[in-house]
Design a protein around this ligand. Structure first.
Ligand code: GLU
Length: 306
């Protein structure tokens, strides 16, 4: 595995086509597109990594996997009153389906869906209490208390919130949000602005590899059924309107973020985090997807076999 990852970093660092760094969040536009990191964590917690695997980046929408997990823990199937579980086939920040579907977002991994999930887990709490809960959960599953919010990224998103604010106000108009829109958005932007490196992120995904158990510490994080369901949502909805393409090319449950990270889960085999800031036209890491494609070709880890 280590040799394979080292080779992958060598090949991909020579690539000139790297996609485009997200610039609608000005703070993310400064990130150097030449970076590439990858980490693989096997069920026993063994880490293999290469490239910029220790450089923190903004996990952005990958955080939606963690907030969904928290929401399921707090309210179980009750969360499905707030959000659906069908692929949207639309971009991450699309508003069109909301009008047709009475303000109920298609799934928890598009922006509208994640905003509905964070509103649901707030349950009358102040944003800082909810944020502490989210950060504690992420630190626990990553087994790393050094993980923090990048407040500059959160502030940059808040300043340029018009699109997400439109989604939130639209849902609120349908009676779908219970809290003040700016409080919900502030919480959502901080959750997206968690900074992690590939090694921490791969470690954080471990509970989804072994039926809900973190085998490195022998801790059950969620039930086997819940882990299976989260993985299936990641497979169907984790890459927005590029989810079909990602399933076709990689064949693993995965969640991308506009920071250029992807968390992919190979059930029973390993948790993989890859990061390269340049995005394809649908907002998913260009080289990150290529790296995962090569990894499944090499290992046969796709859930659909070789
Ligand atoms: N914070 C980003 C937004 O709301 C998340 C989008 C993403 O990572 O795809 O626009």
């Amino acid at each position: 595995m280590q040799d394979f990852l080292d080779g992958l970093v060598l090949t991909l660092s020579a690539e000139t086509a790297r996609g485009k760094v997200a610039d609608y969040i000005p703070q993310l536009a400064h990130v150097d597109p030449k970076q590439f990191g990858i980490a693989v964590c096997t069920p026993d917690g063994q880490l293999y990594s290469a490239g910029h695997a220790n450089t923190p980046f903004s996990i952005q929408s990958i955080s939606k996997v963690f907030t969904l997990t928290i929401a399921l823990g707090k309210m179980g199937d009750g969360i499905w009153k707030h959000v659906g579980r069908e692929p949207s086939g639309d971009p991450f920040n699309s508003i069109v389906q909301l009008e047709h579907e009475s303000g109920k977002p298609r799934n928890p991994f598009i922006n509208a869906g994640a905003i509905a999930v964070v509103d649901a887990i707030m349950m009358g709490h102040e944003p800082k209490e909810t944020l502490a809960e989210i950060l504690n959960f992420v630190r626990f599953i990553a087994q790393d208390n050094s993980i923090c919010f990048d407040h500059k990224v959160a502030a940059s998103e808040m300043e340029h919130r018009d699109r997400n604010a439109s989604l939130a106000h639209f849902m609120k108009a349908f009676g779908r949000l219970r809290h003040d829109v700016d409080k919900v958005l502030g919480t959502y932007f901080h959750q997206c602005a968690i900074a992690m490196n590939c090694e921490q992120l791969a470690r954080a995904g471990l509970f989804l590899v072994s039926d809900g158990i973190d085998k490195a510490t022998n801790t059950r994080v969620v039930s086997a059924q819940r882990a299976r369901r989260i993985n299936s949502l990641m497979m169907m909805c984790g890459h927005y309107d590029g989810s079909g393409e990602f399933a076709y090319r990689v064949g693993l449950p995965g969640k991308s973020g506009v920071g250029g990270g992807i968390l992919a889960i190979a059930p029973g085999k390993g948790s993989i985090a890859v990061w390269s800031p340049g995005l394809d036209a649908l907002g998913n890491s260009y080289l990150g997807t290529r790296a995962l494609e090569q990894l499944v070709q090499k290992t046969g880890w796709s859930v659909f076999g070789h």
